[in-house]
Every structure is written in structure tokens, then in C-alpha cells.
Design a protein around this ligand. Structure first.
Ligand code: ADP
Length: 629
């Protein structure tokens, strides 16, 4: 029989796995048992609607057996089984799940990579190659009459042939490697080690995990007393899923481990939220917020959703209706006996019970975050670093229908306090005469703080929110006002930062230099050139007329696609009449128009740079600067 090759991309990964020095080899058992449990779940779920599945299903359990002599460890389930095609498809490709991209980047440190892959994707089945040199999978699918056997001795490839297996389900037969100087693989043939591993990693599996345990007992009296050894089948796991336990029974170690095992994270979660609700709909939930942004969080591969169980049966791997978009980083499990099992997934989405649970979960997450914000700022800021931007997008989404719900969770950088603050914090420190909540957008806090316009705000003793995310300007538009104070950009004409005397003076200067201003406007072909009312020490700055701000232009320019050129701010160059540069400009305008034009171009380029916008031709700019000396 011809040996089949693993798909090319699988092969290398498999090599890594087999030769991995990954210290946590023992997790292979958890992975194999978890597959057995999933296969049992699947058959159970099918049996609710499928006659054939119901007929074929026996009492679901998982058996772990050891043959020390032949170094064989076997895990047997009575789950759904695999047909020949399924064996081929499921076990012939490693890492189907969007992990290939990740793998491309990983040539540097191969050992570390293997660890990463195991952790991030739970390569599951293949982790058995860390402890076994030959893997055989015997399987009889519930919908088939013939059983098949899949065998592989590693990266080489695999074979599939018919085999004799009478009961529906799958048997994973692992030939355990010989001991080496460093690693005692024989441990995985030791009953006590295996018992410990099952207890540690698979205690919450819902099906009994059974082992044959050797026991002894005394029989007879006095001289006739003999010790008899016999074998008894024992269920090793407690079978109570961690989320079903009451909060006081759940240990942090246990909930953390469940999180890491189920959601493929290395790190403990930042938040663990345990919910036990009784009422119209009763349910239990165990929710988590990761400590870091998952690597694929902002890709389209990332799917939000919670695992949904009903009456102990997993009915959906990722039920996205259970978490709102703005909390899409939340992972976890929901278990309710009040959801009907026999309805389709489409119907389930309309289910009133499900909607109630979703609403409660939304509230619960919100209140947990709020609690941390008030009581544990450090933890909250860690959360904010990972997912703050998601909350901002959540507040902006759908024209702000969730803004009132989310705004008290938002943080912004305060210019005067030099730290992250809430809107409430900002309002609290506002002097009485302050009419607006000031903000400025830019690339970095430092750049914002050195914006020419920022001087005015600071001079008045007002605080300013420094906004560095693309979504921020939209967010300000959506939030609009707080406590009767509107959000106002420091660039805005309504900013009320100007001195009346200064304003008059600027208007007068503008009148006197009307001709010069028109000359520059024409030379630069921009919307307008004005005498600035807001500049103090800088010679120039850029602002915008009309609805499109410079920040919006930048945002649209960063988007892919052809429309990006269409959104352009109407640019206005503002000149500081108090600055020596302005005197030089008026002088040149009188003496040498060509020089005045060059000066205007240089100043405009400067204004663009300060505003964080690109200049068309940097070398031309450099030449012009030199030509002025
Ligand atoms: P994962 O479980 O993450 O999908 P695995 O490599 O562990 O990845 O398994 C690949 C696939 O093989 C599973 O998705 C499942 O379809 C199938 N499989 C593995 N073990 C079993 C089993 N015991 N019974 C039925 N199918 C199984």
C-alpha cells in the first residue's frame, strides 16, 4: 500500500513537534482526551436529531489503557468516529486553522516556535508525537460499516487501511518512545503518572475517563491469609466542568488552567468573571478577558463568541450572539438548561432566552470593568492597553448607539496631568470659566503637546485630551458633549481661547496685509491664508475650513482603496504676525516677489510637517530652504 505524504506545510511543523524539546510534553494526553470528548459531544449532539446517530450511540465514556510490556498507551472513545475520508482530511493536514501565516515568520528559533504553535493553536492530535514514535488511529464512524486504521511514524507520511473494529468511535494507539538519558518516556506508561495527568488536565471533561487500576485485597484468615491482586475499572475525573462549580468552589488555578487549555493562551487571563444566574433564564457562565491582545485579534480570522452548552451538551463552539461587538475580546463558556436543544442554530439566534443571557453578559462585563477602573487602575490600564481601542470603536459604531453605555469606560491622555484619565476626571478638574472639553489629535502625545495651537490652551490653564488613535476624532464627534460642555478641537474656530485684544489686532493686521495674503494664497493654491489669532511662538500653522479636518484627511489617506484621495481638508495657512519671519516675508514681498514666494512655500511645507502631513517634494523643499540663505 502506498504511503501518503503529509501536506508540505504540515511536514515541517510535524518535524518540529517530533524533535521538540518542549518541556511540557505531558499535555499530549490532555489534547488526545479533549479530542475524544469533542467526538463524544458531536455524537451526543447528533443523536438528538439523527436517528442513525441515536441508534449507534452507546454509553459515552473514554478509556485509557496501558500495555507496559509493549510500550503502548491507548485512548479509546465511543464518539462520532471517522470515515476513511475524514481520517485523511482531519489527520493528513496539520494546523488547518489560519496558522500558516504565523508559521512563515517562525524560522528563527525553531524550538520556541514549536512551543508557540502548541500553545497558540493546540495542534492537538500531533502533540502525541512528542512522546510516541508510532501513532495508530483506529476508527469506526457512526455512519459507516467499515472501520479504518491510520498509521504514521512521523513526518514521513501515513497509511490508511481497513481494520477490524466493531464499536463506533476512535482508538488512538501510541507507541511510547524509548527512554533517553534526559527523558523518561516510560512515565507515560505508569498508571499513577497517567492518573495524575488526567486529574490535573482533564478533570472537567464531562465523560468518565476510565482506567483499569491494579488493586490488592486480603482474603482468608490466619495462616490461610493471602493477598489477591485484581483489576478494577475506576473513573479518574470528577466530571464536573469548572464553570458548573459554584464560585467558592472554583480555584483560581483551575479557572486559569481551563482558560489556557480551552482558548489557547500562554498567559493567565486578566479578568475571570464567574456568573451564576437564576431567574427567567438560569445559566452559568465563565468569562475571561485575555491579558494581551490575541495575535489575530485585528484580522478577519478572529471570531468572537462564547462556547454554548445546553443541558451539558455543547451546542455551539462560538456563539457570537452572546457577546456584543464592543466586548468581542471576551472568551468563555455559557451553560444553560433553559435553552432548547432541538432547535436549529438559526432559530437559536432568535431565542428570547439567548437574548436575555446576552444582555446580562454585556452588563456583567461592563460592571466588572467599571469596578476595576474604580478600584484597580493598574489592572484596568493593562486592559486598556490591550483592548481600549476596541471600546472606542464600539462607542463610535452605528452612529454611537452604544456610546452612553461605553463612555464611562474610556480613557484619554491628559496633557496637564501626564496620565490616562476618564471623561469624568477631566470634568472634575475643569476651572469654572472653561466652556469646552479641549482635545487635539496627532501622531504622538509629544507632537500634540508641541502643536502651536496647544500653547493657547496651556496658557489659559486648561487641560487638553491628547488623542493619538485614528478613531479618536470620530469618537469626539459621536460623544459630542458631556455635562453641557462640548468636545472642542483646539484647532476649532469656536475654541474660545483667544484674547479679544489679540483678535482685534490680528484682524487689523490682516486688513493691512490683504494683498500679501492673497499673493501667498495664489502662490500655494490653497483654500486660504490668514493672520493667526492663536499662534504665540510658532511662525505658522495649518488649519482647515469646512467639515473635513486634517485628522480626517489623514485617516482616509491611510485606508486602502481608491476613494482615499477624495477626502481632502480645505487647507488654511495661518501666519503669526508677531513672529520675525512675518517681517521678513513682508519685506521680501516689497523687494523681491520671487523670494517671497519661495519663503511662503517653505513656511507652508513647515506647517504641513508640524501638522503631521506629508510634503509633496522633500528635495525641492530642501533646495528652497537653502536658496534663502
Ligand atoms: P483540533 O482538535 O484542534 O481540530 P486535532 O489535530 O487535534 O485538531 O484534530 C484534528 C481533527 O481530527 C479534529 O478536528 C477532529 O475532526 C478529528 N479528530 C481527532 N481526534 C478525534 C477523535 N478521537 N474522534 C473523532 N475525530 C477526531
Amino acid at each position: 500500500m502506498a504511503k501518503k505524504q503529509f501536506k508540505a506545510e504540515s511536514k515541517r511543523l510535524l518535524d518540529l513537534m517530533i524533535n521538540s524539546i518542549y518541556t511540557n510534553k505531558e499535555i499530549f494526553l490532555r489534547e488526545i482526551i479533549s479530542n475524544a470528548s469533542d467526538a463524544s459531544d458531536k455524537l451526543h449532539y447528533l443523536s438528538l436529531t439523527d436517528e442513525l446517530a441515536r441508534e449507534k450511540m452507546g454509553e459515552l465514556s473514554i478509556k485509557v489503557t496501558v500495555d507496559k510490556e509493549n510500550r503502548i498507551l491507548t485512548v479509546t472513545d465511543k464518539g462520532i468516529g471517522m470515515t476513511k475520508e475524514e481520517l485523511e482530511n482531519n489527520l493528513g493536514t496539520i494546523c488547518k486553522s489560519g496558522s500558516l501565516q504565523f508559521k512563515e515568520d517562525m524560522s528563527e528559533d525553531e524550538e520556541k516556535d514549536a512551543v508557540n504553535i502548541i500553545g497558540q493553536f493546540g495542534v492537538g492530535f500531533y502533540s502525541a508525537f512528542m512522546v510516541a514514535d508510532t501513532l495508530t488511529v483506529n476508527s469506526l464512524s457512526y455512519k459507516d460499516d467499515t472501520a479504518y486504521s491510520w498509521t504514521s511514524v512521523g513526518a514521513d507520511g501515513y497509511t490508511i487501511k481497513e481494520c477490524d473494529k466493531q464499536t463506533v468511535g476512535t482508538e488512538i494507539v501510541m507507541h511510547i518512545k524509548e527512554d533517553t538519558q534526559d527523558i523518561k518516556y516510560s512515565d507515560y506508561l505508569d498508571t499513577y503518572t497517567l492518573k495524575r495527568l488526567i486529574k490535573t488536565y482533564s478533570d472537567y471533561i464531562r465523560y468518565p475517563i476510565k482506567m483499569d487500576i491494579e488493586k490488592t485485597k486480603e482474603e482468608g484468615e490466619g495462616e490461610n491469609k493471602t493477598t489477591i491482586t485484581y483489576i478494577e475499572e475506576e473513573t479518574i475525573n470528577s466530571m464536573v466542568p469548572v464553570w458548573k462549580k459554584s464560585k467558592s468552589e472554583q480555584t483560581e488555578e483551575e479557572t486559569n488552567r481551563f482558560y489556557k487549555d480551552s482558548f489557547f493562551d500562554f498567559e493567565d487571563p486578566l479578568f475571570t468573571i464567574s456568573v451564576s444566574a437564576e431567574g427567567v433564564v438560569s445559566y452559568k457562565a465563565l468569562l475571561y478577558i485575555p491579558a494581551k491582545t490575541p495575535y489575530d485579534y485585528y484580522t478577519k480570522e478572529y471570531e468572537k463568541g462564547l462556547k454554548l452548552y445546553s443541558s451539558g451538551v455543547m451546542i455551539m463552539e462560538k456563539c457570537s450572539d452572546l457577546v456584543p461587538e464592543h466586548f468581542r475580546f471576551v472568551k468563555g463558556v455559557v451553560d444553560s438548561d433553559d435553552l432548547s436543544l432541538n432547535i436549529s442554530r438559526e432559530m437559536l439566534q432568535q431565542d428570547a432566552g439567548l437574548k436575555t443571557i446576552a444582555k446580562n453578559i454585556d452588563k456583567k462585563i461592563h460592571s466588572e470593568l467599571k469596578k476595576a477602573l474604580a478600584g484597580d487602575r493598574e489592572k484596568y490600564e493593562k486592559f486598556w492597553k490591550a483592548f481600549g481601542i476596541q471600546l472606542k470603536y464600539g462607542a463610535v459604531a452605528q452612529y454611537g448607539i452604544y456610546k452612553d453605555q461605553l463612555k464611562d469606560l474610556l480613557l484619554f491622555w491628559s496633557s496637564s496631568q501626564g496620565k490616562l484619565i476618564t471623561i469624568e476626571d477631566y470634568i472634575k478638574t475643569m476651572p469654572e470659566d472653561q466652556k469646552h472639553i479641549y482635545y487635539a489629535c496627532g501622531e504622538t502625545v509629544q507632537k500634540i503637546n508641541s502643536l502651536p495651537q496647544a500653547e493657547l490652551v496651556k496658557a489659559k490653564g486648561y487641560d487638553m485630551l491628547c488623542l493619538t488613535d485614528e478613531v479618536d476624532e470620530f469618537l469626539m464627534n459621536v460623544l459630542r458633549e458631556e455635562n453641557g460642555k462640548d468636545y472642542c478641537s483646539i484647532n476649532s474656530d469656536n475654541a474660545d481661547l483667544l484674547d479679544e485684544v489679540d483678535e482685534k489686532k490680528a484682524e487689523q493686521t490682516a486688513e493691512e496685509n490683504k494683498e500679501l495674503l492673497t499673493f501667498i494664497k495664489d502662490a500655494l493654491s490653497i483654500e486660504d491664508v490668514v493672520i493667526s489669532k492663536k499662534l504665540k511662538t510658532h511662525p505658522v500653522c495649518l488649519s482647515a475650513k469646512g467639515g473635513v479636518t486634517l485628522e480626517m484627511e489623514k485617516y482616509f489617506a491611510s485606508l486602502p482603496g481608491e476613494d482615499k484621495e477624495k477626502v481632502k481638508a480645505q487647507r488654511v495657512l495661518e501666519l503669526n504676525a508677531e513672529h520675525p519671519v512675518f517681517n521678513a516675508l513682508t519685506k521680501a514681498y516689497g523687494d523681491d516677489k520671487e523670494k517671497a514666494k519661495t519663503m511662503a512655500e517653505v513656511l507652508y511645507a513647515q506647517a504641513l510637517l508640524i501638522a503631521g502631513l506629508p510634503i509633496d517634494n522633500p528635495s525641492d523643499y530642501a533646495e528652497k530652504v537653502c536658496s534663502l540663505f
